[in-house]
Design a protein around this ligand. Structure first.
Ligand SMILES: Cc1cc2nc3c(=O)[nH]c(=O)nc-3n(C[C@H](O)[C@H](O)[C@H](O)COP(=O)(O)OP(=O)(O)OC[C@H]3O[C@@H](n4cnc5c(N)ncnc54)[C@H](O)[C@@H]3O)c2cc1C
Length: 508
């Protein structure tokens, strides 16, 4: 298929459908913070309505500050009483318990921190409060004739949430496709000593070394109040798709990284097919209005999802970045694996893997080298989850992959922090901003490898089925449902829960 495409629904259809398939089985518009009584006795969940371990996050209270001054008061009040805090956004798109402070804690919602503070056309910058959505940010920039050059594909993410988890689009050109590369300033409200009123606003601008910690922080440094981002003059994009066989995907997908500023690939293993998005900026010569055609603001992100229902099966998505230098070898291994059961991915024949490119970053918790991110979905009931799970372990353990901070299940975070050489620098900033760990939780401590916090793995019956552990015994795989813990088919060091009854590969 070759041809110019001009509307964002078409542009992102393949990529967004793959990204969103299996994701939003739960209602997407349910508030993630719900309180039994006013702003007390609350629960925090996410857009999926459930955490992978099936737990409910209870918190003592919720706060909904509408200004930075209110936010400072909220943080000061909690800090004065030593209360644990976490930020929750309107819809909470991360999979894990990143927004859960724990039992007696306080959840601070950014629902009401939703103003565009201003657009400085001369400096080509926009300043927004952290609860502003990507959609609102893009619109405000476009009204000033400006554009955020790169963004995640999903419009409903908030600026605070997407930065905290290092969210990105697809690019290794220029500064790359992650939004945090365009941050020029942030205001963060952190705890402070009593002598400073228990809370203070830290202003971190470009050139300040702390910015490398603050721009991707997993929410453990404090509450991001405002963010200033560098914009560019609004531009057009030219987009076309090239569909072909996946025989040379291992070589093509890597070479493709540098060929197009916004390129990505959707790989359909069951069909033996790959769709390359050929996507570049072009000179703006047309007379379109900014609300139509192929302008960056219209096509850069979308809100299209296939809200498939999957019964009582919690679907998952793994977003893992493999260094570009090792991506070809990984794809070859993945092809060998998926050739054994081409319909293994969620969606069967239509199941796909979204391949995007992420540039190395100076952010302490950002990518350490140019990488290829593989977004994979699998569902146990209409695919063979053992295959994508083996791919996941292969990407992480054999090919040095790192997990996306806002996606993935527990297993992907096990030992991940050791792959970030600047994690120690990050922890120094954390200790300076929040010495008592009021913005840390059991989960974030485990992910960040804080001494004594334990690991992210939860070893219990069925844990391998839920992504809470890499199985090491059959009980981890719910043998009563016909699954046993078995080595990988291609990556023999992998341990996956494989269906035994009637499974041609079961005894391998
Ligand atoms: C349908 C869908 C599509 C997606 N598309 C992409 C994509 O294209 N690219 C990509 O990289 N990722 C993508 N993601 C993942 C997404 O970027 C992350 O899950 C992101 O964290 C979600 O942002 P959010 O606003 O929902 O934040 P949340 O999930 O609510 O929060 C994430 C973390 O940020 C913290 N946080 C939020 N706001 C603040 C603040 N103001 N101050 C301090 N901490 C804060 C929270 O405490 C939490 O720790 C997608 C996810 C879904 C479900």
């Amino acid at each position: 298929m070759q041809g110019s495409v001009g509307v964002h629904g078409i542009l992102l259809l393949a990529a967004a459908a793959v990204l969103a398939r299996c994701l939003l089985a739960a209602a997407v518009n349910t508030p993630v913070v719900q309180c039994a009584s006013g702003t007390t006795k609350c629960t925090v969940t996410n857009a999926f309505g459930a955490f992978p371990d099936g737990s409910t996050c209870h918190v003592a209270a919720a706060a909904f500050p509408a200004t930075e001054e209110e936010l400072v008061r909220v943080v000061a009040g909690a800090a004065a009483s030593g209360t644990k805090m976490k930020v929750a956004t309107r819809l909470g798109h991360n999979f894990m318990k990143l927004s859960c402070p724990g039992g007696d804690g306080l959840v601070i919602s950014t629902n009401a921190l939703n103003r565009v503070v201003g657009v400085n056309a001369a400096r080509m910058e926009i300043t927004v409060e952290s609860g502003v959505t990507l959609s609102e940010l893009i619109d405000a920039a476009a009204h000033a004739g400006l554009a955020l050059p790169h963004a995640p594909y999903w419009l409903d993410l908030t600026v605070g949430g997407l930065l905290s988890t290092g969210a990105h689009g697809s690019s290794v050109s220029g500064k790359g496709g992650a939004v945090h590369e365009y941050v020029t300033g942030m205001r963060v409200v952190t705890p402070a000593p009593a002598s400073e009123g228990y809370a203070k606003v830290r202003v971190v601008n470009a050139g300040d070394p702390d910015l490398d910690a603050v721009k991707v922080s997993l929410g453990v440094l404090g509450v991001i109040s405002q963010v200033t981002l560098a914009l560019q003059p609004l531009f057009n994009r030219s987009v076309s798709f090239r569909r072909g066989g996946d025989g040379d995907l291992a070589e093509r997908a890597v070479a493709f990284a540098g060929e197009h500023e916004f390129g990505d690939v959707v790989w359909y293993p069951a069909r033996g097919e790959a769709v390359f998005r050929i996507d570049d900026r072009v000179a703006t010569t047309k007379t379109n209005t900014i609300s139509s055609g192929d302008f960056q603001n219209v096509i850069q992100s979308s809100r299209s999802t296939e809200q498939q229902q999957h019964g009582d099966v919690l679907p998952f998505q793994a977003g893992i970045s493999v260094p570009l230098s090792r991506a070809s070898a990984f794809i070859r291994d993945a092809q060998r694996l998926l050739d054994m059961n081409p319909g293994a991915l969620c969606g069967g024949e239509n199941g796909g893997i979204l391949i995007r490119y992420v540039k190395a970053s100076t952010a302490y918790l950002g990518k350490t080298e140019d990488s290829v991110e593989f977004d994979t979905t699998s569902c146990r009931h209409d695919g063979d989850a053992a295959m994508p799970e083996e791919m996941e372990q292969m990407a992480l353990r054999k090919y040095g992959g790192v997990p996306h901070w806002g996606k993935n299940r527990n297993v992907a975070f096990d030992g991940a922090i050791a792959k970030f050489p600047k994690a120690g620098e990050f922890m120094k900033v954390k200790d300076a901003y929040d010495p008592d760990g009021l913005f840390s939780s059991e989960w974030s401590d485990q992910v960040l490898g804080v001494a004594g916090a334990g690991g992210v793995n939860v070893a219990r019956n069925g844990c391998g089925m839920e992504g809470l552990c890499v199985c090491s015994e059959d009980e981890h795989c719910s043998p009563e449902k016909g699954y046993l813990c078995r080595p990988g088919m291609v990556y023999r060091d992998a341990r996956v829960c494989r269906r035994v009854a009637g499974d041609a590969y079961a005894d391998a």
